[in-house]
Design a protein around this ligand. Structure first.
Ligand code: NAP
Length: 486
């Protein structure tokens, strides 16, 4: 973490107040399009995390005892404040994370929607009266909040990810401490401001910026924390699951992806190619649900690859603040190096670059972390891209002949977050969707997220769901009450 003085020091927020780190340390957040320092944030450590957990613990009894309708009012007010700050936070997302403004606005829509939607859904968290097999007894279930919950999020969706965790947690009566990523802490402090402005009771929602290992270990070690909700890499998820095992904490894990996207010979080709280009270059390919392996039927492979390459070559790359820019920078220099290493591995093993394939380092690009929109064809299983998450703007095309073969290839990774298929044959669409080992399948559709819809993966892509009714279940316990009746 680099540090520098003379730029604005943003504050983290817990117990209803803006706070510096207890030992006064801070770190810089950079703009990936220019490498310039956007601002500083507190470098929180164990003591800061402990203080935030204490605040969340103190707030829990009164927050959980409010009626669902009362909590819903608070959530709506947070949504209103975010709506009022929408353009400012969208701009901040672009400056800190890099995605173009139009994409940042879409992220803000999901952020705000999540608060409004869970404000409504909060009122529908109720249990059952169970038909009892024994006379003289009644069985019912109550739904209760899990308790103090901790959220840890990555940088690629820095505002919506907060909403996807905080809105359902708070809706059902949990309190939360959230740790944003090192690369996007200022966005988190801006979202936290909306909670302050909405006059949420102190301690209900808290943000601690700083050292991941110190804050994470404090969250895992504190008995008052009953739930860990993590989004990020499978590697860190595994580490947190191990740590959570000591106290058997509830866990939700939204982990790495490696999405297959299949173009069958009977797809609407132009529509499918446009969708693939949109999905692949969204957020410069830095999305867990981005298409990692694009399987194209042999009969349409050459036409698809040429059309995709022309689209990639036509994309304007630059600072996301420029409205004519379609794709922004990657998050940091190391990300550019990692993407380039994957591309070079594929090229060395026989793939062909139909577009891009290089770092962008000339002129304005020299100050930021840019990579050219890339299309590679001739991919095969011996290449790293067949197994590893790319997290960059690289469309890697694999050729296939039969449905059976492509399903086997699509499922041949330890991950299972999203998958996509394009076909105009309804039976094929249903058949293949049912056999893909993923938590989500887009059929002739790449937009798979909504506040209303459950989002999440199977296999090593995670445990649990975010969004929808299922997202609320992650923060609820079920208590059985058995009553003897005379
Ligand atoms: P990451 O390294 O796992 O970081 C994610 C978060 O975990 C950050 O806040 C990070 O903090 C924190 N962290 C790191 N080490 C930790 C530790 N020892 N204890 C506690 N927290 C720790 O993930 P990333 O590489 O930044 O993000 C990209 C990954 O996220 C990709 O694999 C992507 O597929 C996945 N992702 C999944 C979903 C989904 O919904 N399934 C959504 C988006 C992204 P620092 O930043 O301070 O290190």
């Amino acid at each position: 973490m680099a540090t520098q003085s003379s730029v604005r020091l943003h504050k983290m927020m817990y117990g209803g107040d803006r706070r510096a780190a207890l030992d006064g340390a801070s770190f810089d957040s950079l703009n990936p399009a220019t490498s310039s320092v956007l601002g500083q944030v507190p470098l929180g450590l164990e003591r800061d995390a402990e203080a935030a957990i204490e605040a969340a613990h103190r707030a829990l009894p009164s927050w959980s005892r409010l009626t669902a309708a009362q909590r819903a009012l608070h959530l709506r007010r947070v949504g209103d404040r975010l709506e009022a700050k929408r353009d400012a936070i969208a701009r901040l997302i672009t400056e800190e994370e890099g995605k173009p403004l139009a994409e940042a606005q879409i992220e803000m829509r999901l952020t705000i929607d999540s608060f409004y939607w869970y404000a409504e859904e909060a009122r529908r968290a109720y249990g059952n009266w169970i038909p009892d097999p024994i006379p003289g007894r009644r069985l019912l279930t109550l739904r209760e909040p899990v308790g103090v919950s901790c959220g840890i999020i990555p940088w690629n969706v820095p505002a919506a990810m907060i909403a996807r965790k905080a809105a359902p947690a708070l809706a059902v009566g949990c309190t939360m401490v959230l740790k944003p990523a090192e690369q996007t802490p200022i966005t988190a402090t801006a979202v936290a401001e909306a909670f302050l402005e909405a006059d949420l009771p102190p301690g209900v929602f808290n943000v601690v910026t700083g050292d991941a290992a110190a804050i994470g270990a404090t969250m895992l070690g504190d008995r008052r924390v009953r739930k860990i909700s993590f989004t990020g890499s499978t590697e860190v998820g595994r580490l947190l699951l191990r740590g959570a095992a000591d106290q058997i904490k509830r866990c939700s894990m939204e982990l790495g992806g490696n999405a297959p996207l299949i173009l069958f010979q009977d797809c609407d080709l132009d529509r499918a190619v446009a969708a693939v280009a949109t999905l692949k270059f969204l957020n410069a390919g830095q999305a867990c649900i981005s298409a990692n392996r694009i399987y194209v039927h042999a009969s349409i492979h050459d036409e698809v690859s040429q059309k995709l390459a022309s689209r990639a070559a036509a994309l304007k790359v630059g600072s996301g603040l420029d409205p004519s820019v379609a794709m922004g920078p990657l998050i940091e220099a190391q990300a550019v190096d990692e993407v380039h290493a994957l591309v070079n591995d594929a090229l060395a093993k026989g793939a062909a670059a139909l577009a891009g394939g290089s770092k962008l380092v000339e002129g304005d690009y020299a100050r930021g972390f840019f990579y050219s929109p890339t299309v590679l064809s001739g991919l095969s299983v011996n290449m790293r891209m067949a197994h590893e998450e790319i997290f960059g703007p690289v469309a890697s095309l694999f050729r296939f002949d039969t449905e059976e073969e492509v399903i086997a290839a699509a499922n041949d990774v330890p991950y299972g977050l999203a998958a996509y298929l394009f076909t105009e044959n309804l039976s094929r669409a249903i058949r293949v969707a049912e056999r893909l080992e993923t938590g989500m399948v887009g059929v002739n559709e790449i937009r798979i997220g909504a506040a209303e819809a459950p989002f999440g993966g199977v296999k090593q892509s995670g445990i649990g769901r975010e969004g929808g009714r299922e997202g609320m279940e992650e923060y609820l316990e079920t208590k059985l009450v058995a009553i003897g009746v005379k």
